[in-house]
Design a protein around this ligand. Structure first.
Ligand SMILES: Nc1ncnc2c1ncn2[C@@H]1O[C@H](COP(=O)(O)OP(=O)(O)OP(=O)(O)O)[C@@H](O)[C@H]1O
Ligand SMILES: [Mg+2]
Length: 330
């Protein structure tokens, strides 16, 4: 039987502000098995990074409001920050969005690595640094990068250094947030394949791969979760999500993808009309209903999660209509 590495049950985390709570992660259910790369997709502001931060217990004003998260069967939301610090990097590790900008120009790469692992209670002794050198080779970097400054490296090289640092303690679970977004197409593919490589070599157990880019996600993710406005819209095998979506939002996201080989005179890109709702004022009901052409009165109630295939779930009252020809507006 598949071994569950991460299991989320109705997980909720809000940013707490005087003007109200920002309900950025609001009832997420998800299981990631060993060996899986779970893609997380959705428009800007839908809560992808917030989900990542919730799982690593940061920042302070992001509060866990309910639900559970199990890492290898152990609940992590109820842990003290001291207990959780021991898990970071060794059991669960995050490559944060914009990590490329976080390198100090005045430190050598080896200093970055040493400082980081010390924070996690690991001594960067000679044996450890030898392991780092081996790991750099896995991501196709010459160990001489250790003596260079970050500003001397290209974006793709820096991203590979970050992947090395984040996986050096062999975490069971790695969260990679937009690791390909600032890179050219070749480097994007290279970095994405490196994630697969780390999984294949069992350096990491499984991963969450967050990106706006559905095309690259489809290449490496075994399953895809689509988030909308803090809710889970749909989750399922990558093939099913891309070719047989059962949530209007997933369908809209896919139809907004450019298709190679079609000239600009033939077709227009379909953006999704409207904007996501304000997450501070959000009440019950389907959060996508204001932009949805399948909307019915029932959508004022929050949708149940329906199973529509093997490990394929959607949160839409009208999922049976999605993908059928009866909805011509799509
Ligand atoms: N520190 C914060 N305080 C309050 N609200 C925040 C904070 N950070 C993010 N938010 C809000 O939480 C929601 C989710 O943001 P988040 O950064 O998780 O989205 P995202 O899906 O990662 O977007 P992107 O694709 O642009 O990275 C947004 O409405 C955002 O404005
Ligand atoms: Mg983000």
């Amino acid at each position: 039987m598949a071994e569950k590495v991460l299991e989320l049950k109705n997980l909720q985390a809000y940013y707490r502000h005087l003007k109200g709570d920002v309900k950025a992660v609001d009832g997420i259910d998800l299981t990631v098995n060993r060996g899986e790369i779970m893609g997380v997709a959705g428009e800007s502001g839908c809560g992808k990074s917030t989900l990542a931060y919730t799982l690593i217990n940061a920042p302070a004003h992001l509060k866990h409001m309910g639900g559970e998260a199990y890492l290898n069967g152990k609940e992590i939301m109820s842990m003290s920050s001291g207990e959780f610090r021991k898990l970071r990097l060794q059991n669960i590790s995050l490559i944060p969005q914009y990590a490329l900008d976080a390198f100090s120009p005045t430190k050598k790469i080896k200093t970055h690595i040493r400082d980081l692992v010390r924070q996690h209670g690991v001594s960067p002794n000679d044996e450890f640094m030898e392991k780092v050198k081996d790991r750099l080779k896995i991501v196709n970097l010459d160990p001489s990068v250790l003596s260079r400054y970050a500003m001397e490296l290209s974006g793709g090289m820096k991203q590979r250094v970050i992947m090395t640092i984040s996986s050096v303690l062999d975490p069971d679970f790695l969260i990679a947030d937009e690791i390909t977004s600032a890179l050219d197409v070749t480097s994007q593919r290279f970095v994405a394949n490196m994630l697969v490589n780390l999984r294949d070599k069992e350096i990491i157990g499984s991963a969450i791969f967050i990106t706006h880019d559905l095309a690259i996600m489809y290449q490496i993710a075994s399953r895809i979760m689509v988030m909308y406005a803090g809710h889970l819209a749909e989750v399922g095998p990558a093939e099913e999500i891309m070719h047989n979506p059962k949530h209007p939002y997933t369908e809209a996201l896919i139809s907004s993808l450019p298709r190679v080989g079609i000239q600009h005179t033939d077709t227009r890109l379909h953006g999704i009309e409207g904007t996501p709702p304000d997450l501070t004022e959000i009440g019950p009901g389907c959060r996508f209903r204001f932009r949805c052409s399948y909307r019915t009165d029932k959508c004022d109630e929050t949708p149940r999660r329906e199973q529509v295939g093997e490990r394929h779930y959607t949160a839409c009252w009208n999922y049976e209509q999605v993908g059928s020809d009866s909805n011509d507006e799509q």
